[in-house]
Each structure stands twice: as C-alpha cells, then as structure tokens.
Design a protein around this ligand. Structure first.
Ligand code: COA
Length: 614
C-alpha cells in the first residue's frame, strides 16, 4: 500500500494537498506501469518524468519493482518517541578518547595498506598476463559489469593474507553480496591472477562461508568460474574431509533443493574438481575462446595417451554448448555472458525487495568520533551508549531494564529505518546482566525483530577469593548459560559487530562465530583471543616465581599471541565476514538488514529435489 506522504513526494505535491492527490492517482498508476509516454506528449518529457521517478525511489536499474510499499508513516510514529541518548563525551574521558583515537588511526592505516594489496590480486604482472595474453577481464571488472550499481558488500577481503603457506590475496576468490535486476545475490568469483585461480584451503573455506550465507539468507548465487582446480601442493588439506573441496558441490545440490537458484559463468579454466561448480549449477553460461571445462587438461591427455589436443577441442564453449550439454548458453564475449546472466535472473520469478522511501534521521553525534570510542584495550572502554548514540537513527533508544544488570545495555532502536533489538557489552557479563540479556533476546524472538550485538567482552574473569565469591561465580555461570541458550535458539536474524574484545567464553554469549550470526564484522581495533596476551604475560610471571624462566622465550610467546589476537589475523582466517571501519558500521548494518529482509518476499515451496542436469 502507498501512503499519502510517498504519493505526495512521487507526484511532487506538498503532503498537505491530499485532496489534489487523489485526483492524480491515475498518474501514479501510469508511472507504475511505466507508461510514461501515455502521460507525456513528447519523448523528452517522458524521459524527465522517468528520471524524476527513479530519483525519488533511488533506483539505479531499469527494472521497476512489481509492488512498491512504503512504511514511512509507521516508522515516523514509533521512532520519534524513543528517548534521545546523551552522546556528549565528558571531559574526564578526553585522555582515553585520545589514546583510542591514536590507536584507531594506526590500525586503519594498516587496514588500508592490506586492502590496497588485496585489490591488486596476484600482482601487476599477473594482471597483465591475464588481461593482455589471456584476453580476460580482471575479476573486479567482471563484478562491476554484472552488478546493478556500487552497492556491493564484499565479504572477507583480507582472507588468505599471511597464511602459513604464504599470501593468497582475497583467498584467490572474491565473494560478496550485490544486486542484479534489483535482487540481492551472493557472488563467488575466482581470481585467476592468484596462481591460476587455484583453490587453496582458505579458498574452500571462503566459498563454503559464502554458500552458508546464501543458505541462511536465501540468496541466489552466482559463480564466476576461472580456476585451475585444487592447489596441488596442499592437496591433503583440500581432500577428502567433510568441509573440504567436495562440500562446495554438495552444497550446490542442497541449495537447489532448497529452491535457492544458482547460475554459473565459465569465464576461464574449470579443471578437475573446478569443473563441477558450473556443471552442478542450475544454469550455466560459457564464454567462447576463454571458457574451458574438463576433468583433465591437455597436458594430462598428452601424458596418458600421447595425443595432442587443444583446450578448445577438449572442452571449449562450442563443445559444451553443442555436444556435452555441460553448459546451457553460449556467449561470444564476457559482456554477452553477463547480459545473459541478467536475463537468466529475470526468469527466476524472484520478487525484488519492495522499494521503500524511508525517511530516517541521522544520529545526533558524528560517526567520526567512533574512532576515539573504539577501545584500544579493555581498560580503555568508555560507556557503550556513547557508541550507540553515534550509530542509531536520531540517537533514539528505547532502553530495556535501564537500571538493572547495567554491564549489558539492551533496547530497541533503528538503523537507517530498520527496527533492531540491540545487545551491547558495557562491562563484564554479570549474573543480572545475563538474565536481562536472556529476557531481552526472547522479546526480540517473540516479536521477530533482528538482533544487533555489539561485542566487547572482558579478557579474563576475576578469580574467586572466597567461598561466597565462588558461589556468586557459579550463579553467574548459570545465568550466562541461560543467555547462551536464548542466543542460540532465537529464531531471528542476528548481526554481530566486535567493537573491542572478543575474548573467551563471553564472546559466545555475545553471538560469536560459533553461534552462527547471519553476519559478523570486526572493527580494526578488535582483539580476538581466548585470553588477553598482555594479561597472560603477567599471570605467567606471577605464578612462576621459582622458575627463572627464559625471558626472551616469554617475550617471543607474548609477541606471537599479540599478533594472533589482531583483527587482521582473525579476518585472514575467516573467523568473521570482514573488518569494517567504525564510521561505516551504520551503512554496513543497514545493508545487511536489507539483504536479510529479501527472503520475506520469496515464495518458498516444500520442494525437496534439486534441479538435475540432463
Ligand atoms: N596447482 C598448483 N599450482 C598451479 C596449478 C595447480 N593445480 N595450476 C596452476 N598453477 C600455478 C602455476 O604453476 C603458475 O605458478 P607460477 O606463477 O608460480 O609460475 C600459476 O599457477 C599460473 O599458472 P599458468 O599456467 O602460468 O597460468 P595460465 O593462465 O597460463 O594457465 C591454468 C592457468 C589453470 C589453465 C593452467 O595453469 C593449468 O592448466 N593448470 C593445471 C590445472 C590442473 O591440471 N589442475 C588439476 C587440479 S586437481
């Protein structure tokens, strides 16, 4: 349903002129039917009207949604009444703020350097070889050509950096979520400039995570395949365990049975195991000259049979389109292949998200100040409401149990118009805080409201020094277990942002990776470890008085633990979905909520069988 404010803004009337509005609704009908020419006598006026409409609805592609819904009035009514958080930073916090700011600037500098390294794939020479000699587009150009617009949420770009087996930029496979024909899709695109697009163990993990996101959020998947198959020197880590390479193909069948469509483009080599990705996809496009698909390439044929055969004759685009049936569409160029993908997606009968013209308020405080609030260590943590006041619409927050269990902050707010339940660490997760958390999470489950966790857990629990304290600890453990159960079983979308520490068992309770949040991102200052290495150092010294100990060994251990606790170390290993800048958090969270919302508009049948290639 359209409400009057949306109608007014579309037809350029003031919201007060509702009487005028109703006499103009046929105009709107024509606009919705895209009958611009019926409305306007000449082509130029039609174009102006069309452009204005696109501007109002902020659309960037040509496809109009089938139904347009606006909940602007509803949104206004509720959000404007929430109390406003006081986000002023008291002068006594100035010193901590500045320390945090210095740390944030240093880690962000490092983050930018790493991103820059990743954006070059396998390096300039490899890109030259790929584009000039092999006449293929660089993976990021391919994505640009395929996507509706710039709104691409890249997942784990730092995955694969500084692995024990070397640097594998972006794990050799760019993954992310973007829109085609107005529909959010998950992309998995091999980067052949990184060792011929071969699959490393971290590459398998990255593809499996992308498929998991597709399944959890019911997102259709697009594979751009350009890969030499398994990276053979690491074959024992790629085959044959449950979460090794074969799981990607298994998931393709399961996803198809779940009615999650999958489309593949063979835009390079698909050798050995890699050949199953397009063959298992529901529809596959192959690009002439550059796309090949075979279980064993020409060198292996030569070794086995002595026969010389060209890649094209062994498994090129014509062969697979005309003879084998491994591909369903022949494209004479990459451009044509991506147009074909758009056409395929328009046949999927997928309902794009309704376009909503939601007006929301920005937070009252600058997001740049988040850099001074992002704690460089647990001891540098400032009240979390200072952070919330810079992230939620109008800094308005309907707090739940404000005066109880105050080391956890819970309540409702909006992020770019999306209603969320917020659970934010504000100290050690005490007995009362855990009970409050359990209660609040159940409320969100009951009301089907997505939960947003802001995690900053304590690096160590204080040791009990008396029986009474030990009893209190046991009670706290029980309360924490209840919150853990509530988090695990809440049947609503969950997004976790690690804003500081992700330490020990409290990180599970705050919806860490093992509690399967739909998305988990880290701020660059985040620390991820069982215990804080700085604390570990003092314990070891204090508890080891007798042992003179080799100090340099301890220092070495400390340096190792510190490095292994950094956000970049975590992201390289795919313990999260990526590092995000604090000042971009609102944008990323809002995008995730929109992506999650898409499944609300899908018709889901009880089909149990995948599409089987014939
Ligand atoms: N395992 C390990 N390394 C591999 C590899 C594999 N399966 N396939 C390619 N590489 C390496 C190459 O040794 C080369 O390394 P270098 O840059 O250090 O010299 C790099 O990847 C690029 O390969 P190159 O052959 O120079 O690039 P290309 O663009 O001309 O061809 C392929 C790419 C994938 C078509 C080609 O390398 C190939 O056919 N590889 C073998 C594929 C295969 O048989 N896989 C079976 C896996 S089960």
């Amino acid at each position: 349903m359209w409400n009057s404010i949306t109608l007014c803004s579309l037809c350029k009337f003031s919201p007060s002129s509702t009487s005028l509005l109703f006499s103009r609704t046929p105009i709107l009908h024509h606009v919705l039917q895209r009958k611009y020419k019926d409305l306007c006598k000449d082509k130029k006026t039609a174009q102006i009207l069309r452009n204005q409409f696109c501007q109002v609805t902020k659309r960037t592609c040509n496809v109009l949604p089938r139904c347009l819904v606006s909940n602007k009035a509803k949104y206004r009514r509720y959000t404007k009444t929430y109390p406003v958080l006081d986000g002023h930073i008291p002068i006594v916090y100035q010193h901590v703020f500045e320390e945090n700011l210095r740390n944030s600037e240093a880690v962000i500098q490092r983050y930018s350097e790493l991103l820059e390294r990743v954006s070059k794939g396998g390096g300039e020479n490899a890109i030259m070889r790929h584009t000039q000699r092999n006449k293929k587009l660089f993976v990021r150009e391919r994505l640009k050509m395929l996507l509706d617009d710039e709104s691409f949420l890249e997942l784990s770009p730092l995955a694969g950096l500084s692995m024990p087996y070397g640097d594998v930029p972006a794990a050799g496979c760019v993954t992310g979520i973007g829109k085609i024909c107005g529909v959010w899709c998950v992309f998995m695109a091999n980067d052949a400039t990184v060792k011929g697009g071969t699959i490393y163990p971290i590459g398998v993990k990255k593809q499996l995570r992308a498929q998991e996101i597709a399944m959890q959020n019911r997102l259709l998947s697009v594979y751009l395949v350009d890969s030499g198959g398994a990276f053979l020197p690491l074959q024992s880590e790629l085959f044959p365990d449950k979460s090794d390479g074969g799981r990607v193909f298994y998931n393709e069948a399961i996803m198809s049975a779940m009615k999650i469509p999958q489309v593949a483009v063979v835009c390079g080599s698909c050798v050995a195991g890699g050949a199953y990705v397009p063959t298992m996809a529901e529809e596959t496009v192959i690009v002439d000259k550059i796309g090949t698909l075979f279980l064993a390439g020409p060198p292996l044929v030569k070794a086995a049979t002595g026969e010389n055969v060209s890649p094209e004759d062994l498994g090129g685009a014509r062969l697979h389109s005309k003879v084998s049936g491994c591909s369903d569409h022949f494209a004479s160029s990459e451009k044509e292949a991506y147009e074909c993908v758009r056409n395929i997606i328009s046949t999927l009968n997928y309902e794009p998200l309704p376009e909503e013209v939601v007006e929301y308020d920005d937070p009252l405080y600058s997001s740049d100040e988040l850099l001074g609030l992002a704690p460089r260590g647990y001891n540098y943590t400032l009240p979390v409401k200072l952070i919330l006041s810079r992230l939620i619409d109008g800094s308005r927050f309907q707090e739940f149990k404000a005066d109880y269990g105050t080391t956890l902050v819970t309540g409702f707010g909006h992020v770019e118009g999306h209603l969320v339940g917020i659970v934010a660490s504000n100290g050690e997760l005490s007995h009362d805080a855990s009970l409050k958390g359990s209660h609040f999470i159940q409320l969100c489950g009951q009301r089907s409201i997505p939960i947003l966790f802001f995690q900053n857990t304590a690096p160590h629990a204080a040791q009990p020094t008396s029986i009474a304290q030990a009893e209190a600890h046991a009670n706290r453990l029980k309360a924490q277990a209840s919150m853990m159960a509530a988090v695990a079983c809440a049947a609503v979308p969950k997004i976790t942002i690690v804003i500081g520490g992700c330490y020990g068992s409290e990180s599970y309770i705050m919806c860490g990776r093992s509690f399967s949040p739909n998305f988990l991102f880290l701020w660059p200052n985040a620390r991820v470890a069982l215990v804080d290495s700085r604390h570990f150092f003092t314990i070891t010294k204090a508890e080891d008085n007798d042992c003179k100990g080799d100090e340099s060994e301890l220092n070495h251990l400390k340096a190792k633990l510190e490095e292994e606790s950094s956000a970049f170390y975590s992201s390289a290993r795919l313990w999260d979905d990526g590092v995000i800048l604090p000042q971009n958090t609102r944008k990323v969270v809002s995008q995730c909520l929109e992506i999650i919302k898409q499944q609300k508009y899908q018709f889901i049948s009880s089909c149990q069988y995948p599409v089987i290639r014939m």
